[in-house]
Ligand binder design. Structure first.
Ligand code: 13P
Ligand code: ZN
Length: 271
């Protein structure tokens, strides 16, 4: 067996295994064509002193933004151009661990292989910076291309604030129960850019855990990667139910306002 940074680090290994498992689900769902989608997880809490002393295996590279709350932070990142289905099998060959340098504007790779991180790193790291700044317990962010949710963003009406949220919540009670903040909308912007990162944070700041990138994909945050996946999964399931109704030739009725209100009260869901 080849030596790995995960050796003798059971907590770190289990966090990475959870990422690999999630990557497999993304592929099985049909949401991860080719290299589509990316994952980053803040793994700082699993990094011991010995790991902190390890040398970088890459040059120091610019993030493209100054992110003050990321000082001393460590992340697992999917590699750019790497496939989720490959990551599921071998997370350390299709992703890497990076540490943020003390100037909060650069990173270096400290991992088994110098796999360059995802092209969506500006969005992911800016969001992690925002979350830490707020004292949030969220440590994981997930971007993926779920078919039905992306299809909905091709319709003007669904891009209006909370139109899609209300529709999706009303398809099946679990949607609001497990994605209680709904679905924020970000108008189309170039993938991988700082503008997309800024728009994503603005939308998350309106109190969404899941945001749609118009005609592209979805970006979700949660405490861990499996929970971020679950929020997208329940939303996309609701979209599939809506589409199934439309395909049967009718406009799905949806739960009533009274039923939605009752659900929110019973589950104590956020306003
Ligand atoms: P990466 O392969 O760079 O992670 O890009 C995939 C993607 O979905 C871009 O939005
Ligand atoms: Zn994408």
């Amino acid at each position: 067996m080849k030596h790995s940074i995960l050796d003798n680090r059971p907590e770190l290994s289990s966090a990475i295994l959870q990422i690999a498992e999630t990557a497999g689900y993304l592929w099985e769902k049909g949401w991860a064509e080719r290299n589509g989608g990316n994952i980053t997880v803040n793994i700082t809490e699993y990094v011991d002193e010995q790991m902190k002393a390890l040398p970088a295996i890459s040059q120091t590279r610019a993030i493209g933004a100054f992110l003050p709350h990321l000082k001393g932070c460590w992340f697992y990142c999917k590699g750019t151009q790497k496939r989720m289905r490959d990551l599921a099998r071998d997370p350390m060959a299709n992703g890497s661990i990076i540490r943020i340098t003390d100037d909060c504007a650069h990173y270096e790779i400290v991992a088994d292989q110098a796999v360059a991180p995802t092209s969506e790193l500006p969005s992911h790291l800016s969001v992690h910076d925002y979350l830490l700044g707020k004292g949030s317990p969220y440590r994981a962010s997930l971007h993926t291309h779920p078919i039905e949710l992306v299809a909905m963003t091709h319709c003007r009406k669904f891009m209006e604030k909370d139109v899609a949220t209300k529709l999706l919540w009303s398809m099946i009670p679990e949607t609001k129960a497990f994605c209680p903040r709904g679905l924020g909308m970000v108008p189309y912007l170039m993938p991988g850019g700082v503008e997309l990162a800024e728009a994503t944070i603005r939308t998350i700041d309106e109190d969404y855990d899941v945001v749609m990138w118009e005609k592209h994909g979805v970006f979700a945050i949660d405490t861990d990667i499996m929970s971020a996946f679950d929020q997208i999964d329940v939303l996309n399931k609701a979209a599939q139910i809506y589409i199934a109704g439309k395909n049967m030739g009718f406009e799905p009725e949806g739960m009533s306002e009274a039923q939605m209100k009752d659900l929110s009260e019973t589950f104590g869901l956020p306003k």
